[in-house]
Design a protein around this ligand. Sequence first.
Ligand code: TD4
Ligand code: CA
Ligand code: ZN
Length: 308
Amino acid sequence: MPLEILGKMYEKANRERYAIGQFNFSNLEFLQSAVEAAEEMKSPVIVALSTGAIKYGGIKNLVALTRTMAEQVSVPVALHLDHGEKLDDIKRCVDAGFTSVMIDGSHHPLEENIALTRQAADYAHSHGGITVEAELGRLGGIEDDIKVDERDARLTDPAEAVRFVKESGCDALAVAVGTSHGAYKFKGENRIDFERIKSIKQLLGIPLVLHGASSVDAESVAQINQYGGKIEGAKGLDAESYTRAIQNGINKVNIDTDLRLKWTAVLRKLIAEKPGEFDPRKFLGPARDAVKEVIKQKMTLLGSAGKA
Ligand code: TD4
Ligand code: CA
Ligand code: ZN
């Protein structure tokens, strides 16, 4: 299929209460993993590029690869810009053929976030009806010792979200509900504010996005450490958190760290165990297959398997 507008994929997900996975990539193999997993699971999929990934791979190369791969499968694939910060990032990606963009003005004061998001939405909507995700609230690790009022201050405020969405014109909203990017999300138990997701969803009705949603699989971390790595105290979301977040209104779940961890675990082991090998395909191929398995498991957990 040609690349699909994310907004179209959201309609069914929102109606049927499941989430579509966003999988970040910056190379051929991660993209293959995501697209092949989607085809095998009959799942819609979102593949995403950060501005750093675009710099790494080249926008034309990455868009051409994604288009070509999407055309060879029967499931819908959306190409999304992750955490665009400037209006120019948005314009560049919309012009290059992305079917969804995120404008992340969450670090700006509310008025500025609204104004920036409005400009991004006007541009994307008038250029092919491209879907726009915005962010309100601050993502970050919630430590056990953080005070409740401080915690509250950084999470998305439901009333503010209503005004934000109305005035900015965004199509989907990334909410801060206790997750954070990277491998170190929680000290103890998962602490996600499911009630907050529910309130925001009831007020807005639009697709909500969960960033920082990796599980940080303990086996991958152990394998990395066994073969010379050093990753300590890493912790992510458990399976139940996905289910509860989705039941309460999340329709897009962003996953990057889990893919990076699995990739590194496989590569470290293979390189250690095959000292005479120097064909990159002998390393990258198995890593690609392992990442694909992780993505397939996520699609089952998110409920998107079988929905394409
Ligand atoms: O938005 N994301 C992915 C962040 C990707 C960052 O890419 P760069 O290193 O190129 O800047 C997420 O919300 C994923 O969260 P996760 O839990 O997987 O870290
Ligand atoms: Ca942000
Ligand atoms: Zn993110």
